[in-house]
Each structure stands twice: as structure tokens, then as C-alpha cells.
Write a protein that binds this ligand. Structure first.
Ligand code: GLA
Length: 389
């Protein structure tokens, strides 16, 4: 970390001149243990922050302008805080513009800044590089301006930035875990009340292994928004019979069984995934509290199968990756993680079998898919923070 910060500060000095008021902020990526596509249905999730993050070195300016440089692709952008608009060619700057605009809309008085951004969260791999970027830039803006937000509200600001300025109707999970993670724990979050609990996730003898399919993820955003609409359609249909239902969170499996046949098949399968996944999250928390990792692994497997068959957000590459893991010794559970359509799988593996798993993936995955995988062994990390200055 020290080396990265030094390089970031050197880059900041090279671009903007040597200053003594440069601060560095960090926000982590995440991997979701279980609870997929439940957050925007007022349900439950169980993510952990990973030891891969986005850093921004920033210093304030007095002219109300924001200048940012991203080290990963060498692009520089600039915009004025009093005239924020997303332009068609905007890439990652949409996140920063969105965060600044929503913060101001929610009452913050911001100063301009000049920043350099760097990160170790793979981009577009379903490990929430976007939420990490949003939260890291939000911290920088808040530090130099007049802004008083709780972590929960900051997560909501960043979610709104993504909803309104990027056009993805994402839920709160990614921004929430980036803000509120604690090392060695998973975060059990009720996405309706936003009540949360840190569940110890040390699992001695086990490792969390993330396997990146590296399949390019085209059209994820539109498919994601479409799933959300299908859930909303399901709620409207169920409401005709049970008006108190506000979201799929309110539908138990017993209640659902009564009305399932009244729903069109596709909508029924989408709802069934969300309803059973909410149960699996709660069962997983119980399993983890009792240290029953085998049970938790079986719930992870069931989650993947449901995402593949009912929610239809998996893809061949994810299924191949999961199959390889499940046939590798010492793997207790394997599933796709994040929105889907590519991205990563998460695997819970006996620590002394991690090498075997990695070898199996490296040998078999490219032969089956034509893509080269990446494998990351990760530690549950802490949430966003100011790391320097
Ligand atoms: C993306 C979204 C989250 C969540 C997951 C699926 O990561 O940003 O809000 O919906 O997909 O669980």
C-alpha cells in the first residue's frame, strides 16, 4: 500500500505541481458471498469487501472545477461543479460527476479538486470497481467541502449517482459494503431498513477464491434493468391477491406457492429466485454463526443454480468455471457473484486445496471457453477511509 500511495502522490505532483495539502482516500471492491439480485427487491445480502481497492489522491482548488486523471487508462477530464452534465462520450467520469451532483443536490457545499485515481479492482469484472470509485471520490469531495453525511447516507448518495447519472438501476449493496465493511467480517444487510450486522468471517482453514471468467460483459446494464422490471411486474401481479405486498421481500415461499401458477412462467421464475435467495441468505448467516461451512457451501451452490435456471443471469463461462470448481477437491461451494452475464465466481475452498483449484481452473477453463482466467485469493477487508493527509 505504501508503494502505491507514493506512486500516486508522485503522479499527482507531476501533473498538478508539488502541494502539501494532498490527501489520499481509499474504497474497496467487494465480493458477494450470497444474496444476488435481492437488494433492489428490499431483501437481504451478505457481501464482503476485498483487499483490492481504488485510491484517489486529491487536493482542493478554489475555482469550482474538478480535474481528474485516471492512471489505468491515462485519461484526464475536467468539469465545473456548477454545470454538471453527462456527455455521450463520458466513461468513468460519469461516476465522479454523478457523485458531485448528488452530493450538492443533498445539501453539500463542495470545492473543486484535482485528483489522480488508481486501482487494483479489476474493471467490469463484477467486483464493484464502480462503487469503489464512487465512494472514494465522494470521500474526497466531502473532505474538502462542507458536507456532513453518515456512512449510510453516503452509500445512498453513491447509489443515486449510479442510478441517475450512469443509468443502472442498481441496488444499495455495493456502495453500502464499500462504506461500511469491517476486516474479517461479512456484512449482513437488510436492504429495506438498512439495518446491518457484521458477521465474523474468518473461517480458519478456508480461503475465498475469486475466479474471473474475463468474458467481456456486453449489454449487462440493459439486462440488469430488465430483470428489475420483471420483479416489479411480479410484485404488481401478486399484489392483486395480497395487497400488503410491497416488494418480493414480503413474499414467503408458502405464500408464493399459492399464487405461482397465476404468474406467467418467466416472471414466476424470476420471483422464485429472489424469494428463495432471501431465505438462503438468512440460512447462510445462521450457518456461518454456527461455523457450519459445509452447509454454507451447499447454499452457495443452490444460489448459483437458481441464478442460472430461474433468474437466467449466468452464462456458459460462469457455469464452466463453477463446474470446474465443484469437481475440484476441497471446494465446499462455488457460485457466480455480482450481476452476472460474465464476471467472476466465488469459491469457498479448504486452504490447503487452493493450489489444486487454481491449477484446475488454469488448465481446464481456457480449453473449454477460449478465455484466459484470473484467480484472486482474497481477504475480507475494511471499508472506505482516508489513508493519508
Ligand atoms: C450489481 C448491483 C447490485 C446488485 C448486484 C446483484 O452488483 O450493483 O446492486 O443488485 O448486481 O446482486
Amino acid at each position: 500500500m505504501t508503494d502505491r500511495i507514493d506512486r500516486l502522490l508522485a503522479q499527482h505532483a507531476a501533473r498538478y505541481g508539488v502541494r502539501h495539502d494532498v490527501a489520499v482516500f481509499r474504497a474497496p471492491g467487494r465480493v458477494n458471498l450470497i444474496g444476488e439480485h435481492t437488494d433492489y427487491n428490499d431483501g437481504f445480502v451478505l457481501p464482503v469487501a476485498i483487499d483490492r481497492d481504488i485510491l484517489i489522491a486529491a487536493a482542493p482548488r478554489n475555482d469550482g472545477r474538478v480535474a481528474l486523471y485516471a492512471m489505468h487508462d491515462g485519461t484526464a477530464v475536467e468539469f465545473a461543479l456548477d454545470r454538471i452534465a453527462v456527455a455521450p462520450g463520458d466513461g468513468w467520469v460519469r461516476y465522479a460527476k454523478g457523485v458531485a451532483a448528488v452530493l450538492q443536490d443533498e445539501g453539500a457545499r463542495l470545492r473543486g479538486l484535482e485528483g489522480v485515481i488508481e486501482g487494483t479492482v479489476p474493471i467490469g469484472a463484477g467486483l464493484s470497481s464502480s462503487a469503489a470509485l464512487e465512494v472514494a471520490t465522494a470521500l474526497a469531495f466531502c473532505a474538502f467541502g462542507t458536507a456532513d453525511f453518515t456512512w449510510t447516507r453516503l452509500a445512498q448518495v453513491c447509489q443515486r449517482a449510479e442510478n441517475d447519472y450512469v443509468g443502472v438501476r442498481c441496488g444499495i449493496m455495493d456502495q453500502f459494503i464499500a462504506c461500511l465493511a469491517r476486516p474479517h467480517t461479512a456484512l449482513f444487510l437488510d436492504c429495506r431498513s438498512l439495518a446491518y450486522e457484521h458477521i465474523p468471517f474468518d473461517a480458519p482453514g478456508y480461503a475465498v477464491v475469486i475466479a474471473n471468467t474475463n468474458r467481456p460483459r456486453g449489454l449487462v446494464d440493459s439486462a440488469y434493468n430488465e430483470r428489475r422490471q420483471e420483479c416489479e411486474a411480479g410484485v404488481r401481479l401478486i399484489q392483486q391477491y395480497v395487497p400488503v405486498v410491497r416488494a418480493l421481500r414480503d413474499v414467503s415461499t408458502e405464500l408464493f406457492a399459492r399464487y405461482r401458477t397465476n404468474l406467467p412462467d418467466r416472471i414466476g421464475r424470476r420471483c422464485e429466485h429472489v424469494i428463495t435467495e432471501n431465505e438462503r441468505v438468512q440460512q447462510s448467516v445462521n450457518a456461518l454463526r454456527r461455523g457450519n461451512l459445509d452447509r454454507f457451501g451447499r447454499l452457495m451452490n443452490a444460489s448459483h443454480d437458481s441464478l442460472r435456471d430461474r433468474y437466467e443471469v449466468s452464462c456458459r463461462e460462469l457455469d464452466v468455471m463453477v463446474d470446474i470448481a465443484r469437481s475440484s477437491p476441497g471446494v465446499v461451494g462455488s457460485r457466480m457473484t455480482g450481476a452476472g452475464f460474465g464476471g467472476c465466481t466465488i469459491n469457498l475452498v479448504a486452504a490447503d486445496r487452493v493450489d489444486r483449484l487454481e491449477q484446475a481452473i488454469r488448465e481446464r477453463y481456457p480449453a473449454c471457453t477460449g478465455f484466459r482466467p484470473d484467480v484472486y485469493v482474497c481477504q475480507p477487508a475494511g471499508g472506505a477511509e482516508r489513508v493519508k493527509g
